[in-house]
Design a protein around this ligand. Structure first.
Ligand code: BES
Ligand code: ZN
Ligand code: ZN
Length: 486
């Protein structure tokens, strides 16, 4: 729960004072700490000062680094680290002094502190008895009187966005014996009721009737049958454009007959990280009643071995009518996305498409775990993503889409093949999906490296990250609450 204050007189477990490096402040204790070289204010440094028998139990001097390198994402990270530290000291009532400067206004402060504290406090709770955690009470102080109302609105909006991220993290963290197509669909239905978006679920027979042969080749043979999940948020007039979001929804990817080794397989319940992100984004968009039309589609299934599973060498069809030669059954994501993209364009009539997918290990090799790989057919669309990402701190990097790469997906025996060879794996996988987007502006986000964290850092815990929920939300064109200056 976030509280907005002009001044703070209440007792607090912890008072967090963010401080810049190399800048003098009016705070006497802080200046003494700096003179004694006990604290310098460099980014992520925290000095914990206990107080005995006072209204505030601890003061945290929290380093922000230099003002030159400062932005909302630095504050988001620093606050998350302070919250983790405060929890270790059993603090639940935390005051935070906002730090307005020419890099970050009041709204930007409220947004970063709200998101940083909630996301930093996240743990995956479903599968282990947890010591009951009292809800955090965050008191933001230093808000000018005339901005109190606006700050309250920004805090409310940011809490819903943070909840969207945490929904995505929860879904990504859940193991595949609990979260499979049918249970995922049920969860989306509940979220739709809570947030206000419409949900339609199609079962295997309906998927067959739609002609989604590529999707069914992957998921049609599992006992846990596939579901096509459609979410609709109508925030604007019917005459306004519709953005389509498509999330890869492999609730488990064994690789199929091109079986993965155990070590690569064991986190493959997170192969629905793209689906989780679009579901989390729909939650944030709809619960904040954003005045835009957005439709999201998830082709949910699992890629397992059974008597009816597809095999290397098979030639399959697709909803778009293109035939596909299977070179490797572990390149399954692009097959499900091909049909989901065709569905969202032909049946839902969207005007532009973003697909989000844990698609290739090659994305991890190229960009590591901090940056999402992007392919597009429309530079202006990419620039919108880039602009949104500057506000959220989630990182993206565009890869080339030259026609020489698309040639690598051509087959001698079918229209396409599902592996493009040894090289440029992230590009060929993306361009395979691009074969199905017709003439629509399209962004492909390969989150194989960014959807899952092997270790906690900043506002991330170990496990699902919820990337890129916040950027999708921002890109959709929610009125920007932050007015962050660059
Ligand atoms: N789900 C994987 C990609 C992945 C790898 C996600 C690591 C997260 C972490 C995808 O379905 C896959 O297996 N891709 C293959 C493609 C190859 C067979 C062309 C890969 O990347 O090895
Ligand atoms: Zn795979
Ligand atoms: Zn996969």
């Amino acid at each position: 729960m976030i509280h907005i204050r002009e001044k703070l007189d209440e007792p607090m477990d912890v008072m967090i004072l963010p401080c810049f490096e190399g800048q003098s402040s009016g705070d006497e204790t802080l200046e003494k700490l700096k003179a004694a070289q006990a604290f310098s204010g460099k980014e992520e440094e925290i000095f914990v000062l206990p107080h005995l028998e006072e209204k505030v139990s601890y003061t945290f001097y929290a380093g922000l680094g230099t003002q030159e390198d400062f932005n909302g994402d630095v504050l988001r990270k620093v606050i998350a680290l302070c919250v983790k530290r405060a929890r270790a000291l059993e603090g639940v009532k935390l005051g935070v002094q906002i730090c307005v400067c020419d890099k970050l206004c009041v709204g930007g402060n409220v947004k970063a502190i709200t998101e940083g504290s909630l996301l930093g406090d996240y743990t995956f709770k479903r599968c282990k008895e947890q010591p009951t955690k009292q809800e955090l009470q965050i008191y933001l102080t230093g808000i000018p009187k005339e901005k109190l109302k606006r700050a309250t609105q920004v805090a409310e909006e940011s809490q819903k966005v943070a909840k969207g991220v945490m929904i995505a993290r929860d879904l990504t963290n859940e193991p595949s014996n609990l979260l499979y197509p049918k249970t995922l669909a049920r969860r989306v239905q509940q979220l739709g009721e809570e947030a206000g978006f419409e949900v339609e679920i199609m079962d295997q027979d309906q998927i067959k009737d739609l002609g989604m042969e590529a999707f069914l080749a992957v998921g049609g043979s599992s006992e846990r049958q596939p579901r096509l999940i459609v979410m609709r948020h109508r925030g604007a007039a019917d005459t306004e454009p519709v953005l389509g979001l498509v999330g890869k929804g492999l609730t488990y990817d064994t690789g199929g007959y091109s079986l993965k080794p155990t070590d690569s397989m064991k986190t493959m319940h997170s192969d629905m990280g793209g689906a989780a992100a679009v579901i989390g984004a729909m939650y944030a968009i709809s619960s904040n009643q954003v005045k835009k039309n957005v439709i999201a589609v998830v082709a949910a299934c699992e890629n397992v071995i059974s008597a009816g599973s597809y095999k290397p060498g098979d030639i399959i069809g697709s909803m778009a009518g293109k035939t596909i030669e299977i070179g490797n059954t572990d390149a399954e994501g692009r097959l499900t996305l091909a049909d989901a993209v065709t569905y969202i364009i032909e049946k839902e009539k969207v005007d532009e498409v973003i697909d989000v997918a844990t698609l290739t290990g090659a994305a991890l090799v190229a960009l590591g775990t901090t940056t999402t790989a992007v392919i597009t057919n429309n530079q202006a669309f990419y620039e919108r993503l880039e602009k949104a990402s500057e506000k959220t701190g989630e990182r993206f990097w565009q890869l080339p889409n030259h026609k020489e790469y698309a040639k690598l997906n051509k087959s001698e025996v079918a229209d396409l093949k599902n592996i493009g060879g040894r090289h440029a794996g992230t590009i060929t996988a993306g361009l395979f999906v691009g074969e199905f987007v017709q003439d629509k502006p399209w962004l492909h986000l390969d989150i194989a490296g960014t959807a899952w964290a092997d270790a906690a850092s900043g506002y991330f815990g170990k496990g699902g990250t919820g990337v890129p929920v916040r950027t999708l939300y921002t890109l959709v064109g929610a009125p920007c609450p932050c007015h962050e200056k660059k």
